[in-house]
Ligand binder design. Structure first.
Ligand SMILES: Nc1ncnc2c1ncn2[C@@H]1O[C@H](COP(=O)(O)OP(=O)(O)OP(=O)(O)O)[C@@H](O)[C@H]1O
Ligand SMILES: [Mg+2]
Length: 354
């Protein structure tokens, strides 16, 4: 597909000079015919043929362009489809748990392909409706933990349970249906903003999509675009900033209306002001749901029911913000760093937490 890209470049580079050249040729042809004294009819006939010939050429060019853009789009999905499935559905799947959404990691052992074990006998208990903040240094295993819960990869030993059911006994689609996931770097499709949001729940009405877009503050920037929510994203449309993509991803999560929320650095690219707004929407969304929220900016998770500090695949501490500050360990150190000038805004917006 690389070579296709190069072909694309070549066509685009030659189209403009080509049209100048064909226009010049047409003119030359007209002058020549007129000069040879064939009369007006000959000039008109020649010109009619000539212009329909060039029109066909340019139509062909447009068709080619459309084809090429569909091909590029299709290539993205083909790449996805060609990725071999590493996780398989069980032969006789169990029905998904009803809305009970407690999460349990039981003695989970996991190693990324080609590296040593990251988690060894990891235990984590998240009661139904609890809001858990996952924090810790980069590379600690926070993202991996969320991906294991989504069963993007299978674990090597132990069990992961939702509503008391082993997730490996569920159908993939049933499992994913239980969760709304906002990844660290959300992917956008080369489609409209509306479609990018709606794919989280294709049967949602336009009004529901609009409401989700409003709650996630997508409309704030979308309404300023010429086509609003119908503006194309990516390639030939609007390129979204990191913060804008995060808002689209949050709108998806809001629309999805799933019992478990997994947010991985979902607001990290937002400026402090937008973060406060989006955070409010998120608190509303978390109401009555189980939430696992990964954040580096501690002020975003400080209010959660429980904070779990992960380092090198181990849970080194857990408790509320106050409890963890009081025990003066890893979390207290992280907090000190962030409120002591490294991340000025985290301290500025949460003076009550000091
Ligand atoms: N696909 C992968 N293949 C191999 N190793 C991986 C893969 N993904 C993550 N790792 C490794 O696993 C460890 C945990 O990574 P993870 O992404 O879970 O950390 P994190 O806590 O989310 O970090 P951050 O805060 O930077 O997002 C790291 O050492 C990382 O290098
Ligand atoms: Mg991560």
């Amino acid at each position: 597909l690389r070579s296709w890209d190069y072909g694309n470049l070549r066509i685009d580079t030659f189209v403009a000079p080509m049209s100048v050249l064909t226009n010049a040729l047409g003119l030359l042809l007209a002058v020549t015919i007129a000069g040879t004294g064939h009369g007006v009819e000959a000039v008109v006939v020649a010109f009619t043929y000539y212009s329909s010939a060039t029109r066909i050429m340019f139509e062909f060019n447009q068709i080619y362009r459309r084809l090429e853009s569909s091909m590029t789009e299709a290539a993205q999905f083909t790449a996805l489809l060609l990725t071999p499935a590493t996780v398989l559905d069980p032969r006789s799947p169990e029905p998904a748990p009803a809305r009970a959404a407690d999460v349990r990691f039981e003695k989970v052992t996991f190693a990324h392909a080609g590296s040593g074990p990251l988690f060894e006998g990891l235990d984590l208990d998240v009661p139904h409706g609890a809001k858990i903040g996952l924090v810790g240094r980069s590379g600690g295993g926070k993202t991996t933990l969320t991906r294991l819960l989504l069963r993007m990869t299978d674990i090597d030993a132990g069990r992961i349970l939702i509503g008391g059911q082993d997730i490996s006994r569920l159908r993939q689609r049933d499992l994913r249906g239980l969760m709304a996931y906002v990844p660290q770097d959300p992917a956008m499709f080369h489609r409209t903003l509306r479609e990018n949001i709606a794919f989280a729940r294709p049967e949602a009405s336009d009004a529901e999509v609009r409401r989700a877009a409003e709650a996630a503050h997508v409309t704030e920037f979308a309404d300023a675009l010429p086509d609003g929510l119908d503006t194309m994203v990516g390639e030939r449309g609007v390129k979204l900033s990191g913060g804008q993509r995060q808002r689209v991803a949050l709108a998806r999560a809001i629309l999805r209306d799933a019992p478990i929320l997994l947010l991985d650095e979902a607001t990290s690219a937002l400026d402090s002001e937008s973060e406060i707004l989006v955070q409010e929407a998120l608190w509303g969304l978390m109401e009555g749901r189980t939430a696992l929220v990964v954040a580096h900016r501690l002020s975003t998770v400080a209010h959660m029911d429980r904070l779990v500090v992960i380092d090198h695949g181990r849970i080194v501490e857990q408790g509320t913000h106050q409890e963890l500050l009081a025990c003066d360990g890893a979390y207290a150190k992280l907090w000190q760093h962030q409120s002591g000038g490294f991340f000025d805004d985290s301290a500025a917006h949460s003076p009550d937490l000091r």
